[in-house]
Write a protein that binds this ligand. Sequence first.
Ligand code: SAH
Length: 382
Amino acid sequence: MKRGAERRIRAGHPWIYRGEVADLKGSWSAGAAVDVTDAAGHYLGRGFYSPRSSLVCRLLTRTDEAVDAALVRRRLEAALDYRRAAGLVAAAYRLCWSEADGLPGLVVDRYGPVSVMQCLTLGMARNADWVREALAALFPDGPVVRLDDPTAARIEGFEPVREAAPEGELVVEEGAGRFVVTLGAGHKTGLYLDQRENRLLTASLARGRRVLDAFCYAGGFACHALLGGAERALLLDSSADALALARRNLSLNGVEARAELREGNAFDGLRELATRGERFGLVVLDPPPFTRRKDAVEAAARGYKEINIRGLRLLERGGLLATFSCSHHVTPAMFEEICRQAAGDAGIRARVLATLTQSRDHPVILTIPESRYLTGLLLESA
Ligand code: SAH
């Protein structure tokens, strides 16, 4: 690495950008493991080389251990141990979350007996067999489905592999709820597992309330709230496919009679509800990332502020707002500031009941700030 560039790496961050590379010595090939050294030649670690990406290497190890099938197996075992000890092994959970589990470029989600693996770097894609072997050893009876993310594959320069899911419908339990998982057809690998703990939390607060689930996707928040005793729920999403999935889940949970689904832009939907003077006891705002780029954070902040003004205005006295951002570049402090401004503009005095984040099966590593991407607040109209 160039002189001085290794400071971040030594402080525990695993990424090496192209501009930080002084030279490539010895033999190397795209997608194979390379050694990374500082300017003086001292070993820093080892990771797959990705020449096409601006992120040319993500360290898999900082010790002198081989990058091989055994390393992948050890990392996946450790990931499972952490989740077992923390009580996070459920019917559906994330087993491996890339950097946060010491395997940059690999996501593994578990849906019942099925493991869904997603390769996000060239090196991981080239060595997908190591992952399959490790998963076969950990879960001898479960099938493995590989569902690479096409965007990551394009950036890294490999052909994404998207395998067919096993026959039959997959239904998984989450708390008191049951959800259909359509592997490969929907968002993420099937479900937004990162919101699991927040769905369960809001459900526990929903009794007797009228609920608005905006940006509902498969209706997870609404289903849980209704199962938790909410009076009624209104679900909003701009995607007809998402609403079809939500309808399936509402009926699977036997709560469809108390739900209403509306297709459309949530920005407009929220405004219309306010114009009509509608009020809710619980509002959930879980939009898609408004930005994936650092230079677009300001525009994203305006979007978040706008929906939160509208969401806050819909609260009855004592009503709750569970509001989220999953934009990597919006930090918890920034999000709180955005919501503060929204409350100011809306003229609402809001009590902060909790600061929310991603479920613990998506661990946050302190020295890898990018590992926290989901932030949220639970607010009460005081
Ligand atoms: N809360 C969900 C996940 C939401 S994902 C869960 O827990 O599973 C975000 C959703 O927002 C997607 O379903 C997407 O279709 C929807 N969406 C994106 N832009 C939108 C818009 N402008 N108005 C309404 N919905 C939108």
